[in-house]
Design a protein around this ligand. Sequence first.
Ligand SMILES: [Zn+2]
Length: 329
Amino acid sequence: MFMLSFFAIPKGVLKKLEYFRSRFFWQNDQHKKKYHLIKWDQVRQPKEQGGLGIIDLEVQNKCLLSKWLFKLANEDGTWQTVIRNKYLRSKPLGSCCKKPGVSHFWAGLMDVKQVFLSLGSFQIGDGTQVRFWEDTWCGDQPLKISYPSLFNIVRKKGATVAEVISSNPLNVSFRRGLHGERLLAWYDLVERVMGLELREGRDVFRWGLNKTGFFSVKSMYSFLINNGPKVSGNLANKDTIKNQNFYVRGVLLTKDNLARRNWNGSQSCCFCHYNESIQHLFFDCRLAKASPRLSTQHTFSTNGHVKGVVNINPFFGRSCSSDLGNLAV
Ligand SMILES: [Zn+2]
């Protein structure tokens, strides 16, 4: 995790790490091969989306790197001075791009730059570090999104706020004349920015995902993971997660599930003569009906196998156990 906070993780390393993590998840430290009952991608989904909330290393890596960008944009220090002199010079952060031969650290920052900048906005100081059209500084989105017809024909798309609004009229030139809708859009834009004045001091980047305006890895991770691609299917029922009563849907190694995987043992329930399935074990079995506490007393191993049923029936006054996990091959 320490290295992830400095460097963008190479694809090969990520794949290897995911292999070991998923292997640990399914097999613990045993060498015996076990069934993979659910896709790893689905396991990594947050609990709110039906996964198990295992950390997504790629997303976490992006968030940890973004922390450096926030410090670079807002703080002064030795490393910031070195980076600014070497890579930024007088350019805004958003105008820099990854070039061949740059350090692994800087290349990682450049990979996450776009996402990072899109999740906050600038408070204008001297206007030299903010791009007029492409950064968010006036309103809650970049001006290129608010005025796409103007952005399409502007000559200097990467102009800074300082370059544009330090003169009157605004220092903007277009490749074509402004008529109709475009002219109205231009009037609207001029009205919005003419009242703004540059002042001395650095432009400040405010993080948009929490009220304080300060960056936090947690807020970014939560945003990215909840707005990233969704994996279909639900590992667990939302309501049962709330109750911490964790039914895992369709991924328990009940005997009917084992039979589908060419297991030849008896499919009968340990407590009655019906075949064992999730539906039977949790809802239909006469023992389940007799004891509403049955479901809460099933225990599961982390690999999704039913590990045992302990003291499930106080009427019988004995402990029953069915370690189905051992049946896995
Ligand atoms: Zn039964």
